[in-house]
Design a protein around this ligand. Structure first.
Ligand code: FE2
Ligand code: FE2
Length: 261
């Protein structure tokens, strides 16, 4: 089974990159399932129901979120009725939506779990213990299990990967918007990368135009961050796994430039 996991889709440049690349790759690369982090799809701030539909129509099978989950107020009620979107499973009990979901594919079911870190981020429940609880409840529903750990600290992401090693197909990091070069298989066979990168304008500060971000750093004054426009890319990982055992075979970084396409 080939799984394409796409890094944080930022604004309309990111959505365009996603739609164009995924349509082509579904055919060329024979990708079986596409999962994307959509926490920045709405102008960098969260996701709306209309934009979620746009991403599903463009080829996403499931969407994950992160610290921007509640930025758009229409999303909370929508999460209750749309099973293909997951928000971090370790958000406090009682908040809207779900932290894991099962995607059916012709090659079998895929369990998608979203976790959020708590180092240099707002306090949440323990992502590791939450992952244990989710696996206890739902692991039997799918052979292929993919975990998006949305976190700031590299150490927390690596620890999450090692904690789940051998129990899930892949642990992929999101949130920092910068792709890391540590993709590979962990000792017990789980595919891992600290951060899959960003889908959006690379000539930017994490997808935002340089000037306002620079001004904010220089003056400390509140500033509106616009989405940048240039050097649009899709970044993520392609994971190959044995659909019968759920074991990962390989993980490969992808970075697709939209220039000229
Ligand atoms: Fe984030
Ligand atoms: Fe993000």
């Amino acid at each position: 089974m080939k799984i394409l996991f796409v890094g944080d889709i930022v604004g309309s440049p990111g959505r365009t990159a996603f739609a164009r690349t995924v349509t082509r790759w579904r055919q060329e690369q024979k990708v079986d399932v596409v999962i994307a982090n959509a926490e920045n799809a709405a102008g960098g701030r969260g996701l709306t129901p209309a934009l979620a539909e746009e991403l599903f129509n463009a080829g996403a099978d499931a969407l994950t979120l992160g610290d921007h989950t509640w930025d758009q107020k229409e999303l909370a009620p929508y999460l209750e009725q749309e099973p293909r979107i997951v928000r971090p499973a370790n958000f406090p009990p009682g908040c809207p939506g779900r932290g894991h979901t099962v995607v059916e594919t012709p090659k079998g079911a895929v369990l998608v779990i979203n976790l959020i870190g708590r180092v240099f981020m707002p306090a949440q429940d323990c992502p590791l213990r939450t992952a244990d609880a989710v696996l206890k409840e739902a692991a039997a529903r799918a052979r292929i299990i993919l975990v998006d750990i949305h976190a700031e600290a590299t150490s927390e992401k690596i620890v999450t990967g090692r904690h789940l090693d051998g129990r899930v197909t892949a642990v992929v990091g999101t949130h920092t918007h910068v792709q890391t070069a540590d993709d590979g298989l962990l000792p017990k066979g789980t595919a891992y990368i600290t951060d899959v990168g960003m889908t959006g304008p690379k000539d930017s500060v994490l997808g935002r135009a340089l000037e306002p971000v620079l001004r904010k750093f220089l003056t400390g004054m509140p500033t509106k961050f616009d989405i940048a426009t240039d050097d649009v890319r899709l970044e993520g990982v392609l994971i190959e796994a044995d659909a019968k055992t759920g074991r990962a075979r390989r993980i490969q970084r992808v970075c697709e430039s939209l220039d000229g396409k």
